[in-house]
Design a protein around this ligand. Structure first.
Ligand code: WQD
Length: 326
């Protein structure tokens, strides 16, 4: 039995591939390398191409004896999704539709879908449960919510078994070679500023939170990967047929707290020039988004094992190490 991991050459996908192989799962990767890096997964069976190529997906499923798919390949930049909604609908919604049609048509019977906390939008609750209203506030979040519904409805029609996993704020690196080399989220954005000897930017300090800055649930990418291993095992041994679950730590950390930790780890805590500057709020940012992770614990026996310091230290190790060859 083999798992097909789409987007397996990306930051999160490569961590999932590494964790699945380490625990004995057979894996093949499909990635168009539009943002992925082949050097992250040098010794893994690999097919270069897009999930939008149904023929290629079908052939890959058949030739590799794929029984299940971990679908990570997607566009995930919120700001870009606002500028280019149709691009996000094509890549994230049409891409999933094509993948589902081709993979199930060729015999795959399980799916783990990479969803996001972005499906909740700006939840007005202290802790976000999976039953919290989903009101996405940007096209990226909408494509993930539509994706979840598509998976559920295909499952009803075909018997597909699935786990939808809603990632909260992913950070860190299980290995420096796998680190996130994009600069579209808080931790790498602050790294970039500090390595240019510029102060970190805090987008708004007038929120209704203890220190006025936004609060998020940061989750180590290694924990995200282990959640996928747990989901794959639960699907393979029949313990789960249909599950939608948050992946978070259940602990809120503010932007100001995260910046302070980053400054300690990068050795800039004592540098006056590294004092964060307050900038205007960023449109669409909710004040607080913190997960309840009870459902995934109860259903899969999974819990996060890394803390914020682990995330920042491992991300910094990746940021300061050379990119892998290839
Ligand atoms: C976090 C907080 C910013 C940079 C993203 C996306 C998506 C999803 C969840 C997977 C916000 C503030 C940031 C900076 C700052 N993940 N910030 N200064 O927007 O919570 O959500 O992660 O699907 O990727 O929805 O993440 O890292 O962009 O911002 O003050 O230089 O940090 O305003 O409050 P976000 P983020």
């Amino acid at each position: 039995m083999t798992w097909l991991v789409t987007g397996g050459a990306g930051y999160i996908g490569a961590h999932i591939v590494s964790a699945m192989r380490r625990t004995g799962e057979a894996v093949v990767v499909l990635d168009d390398l539009s943002s992925g890096d082949r050097g992250r997964i040098p010794d893994v069976p690999f097919v270069q191409g897009s999930v939008l190529d149904g023929e290629l997906v079908s052939r890959t499923v058949t030739e590799h004896g794929v029984h299940g798919v971990v679908h990570v390949a997607a566009k995930k930049q919120v700001e870009e999704s606002v500028r280019r909604p149709l691009h996000y609908y094509r890549e994230n919604v049409e891409g999933l539709r094509t993948l589902l049609e081709a993979a199930t048509g060729a015999g795959a019977a399980s799916l783990i879908f990479s969803s996001s906390a972005a499906v909740y939008g700006a939840p007005d609750v202290d802790v976000v449960l999976e039953d919290t209203d989903c009101r996405p506030v940007n096209p990226y979040g909408t494509t993930k919510l539509v994706g979840e519904r598509m998976v559920e409805e295909v499952a009803t029609a075909t018997g597909l078994r699935y786990v939808n996993l809603r990632y909260f704020n992913v950070a860190g690196a299980a290995d420096p070679a796998l680190t996130d080399r994009g600069v579209s989220n808080l931790v790498p954005m602050v790294f970039q500023r500090l390595t240019q000897e510029q102060p970190p930017r805090v987008f708004g300090d007038d929120y209704d939170t203890p220190d006025g800055t936004c609060i998020r649930d940061f989750i180590h990418v290694g924990d995200v990967a282990s959640a996928h291993v747990a989901a794959a095992r639960a699907l393979d041994d029949g313990r789960v047929d249909a599950l939608t679950a948050n992946i978070g730590r259940g602990e809120g950390v503010s932007v100001r707290e995260m910046v302070a930790t980053i400054r300690e780890v990068t050795g800039t805590a004592g540098s006056d020039w590294a004092e964060p500057v307050i900038e205007p709020r960023r449109a669409g940012d909710p004040a607080r988004v913190v997960a309840s992770a009870d459902r995934i614990r109860d259903a899969l026996g999974w819990e996060a094992s890394y803390g914020v310091r682990d995330m920042v230290e491992s991300a910094w190790a990746g940021w300061t190490s050379p990119a892998p060859a290839g």
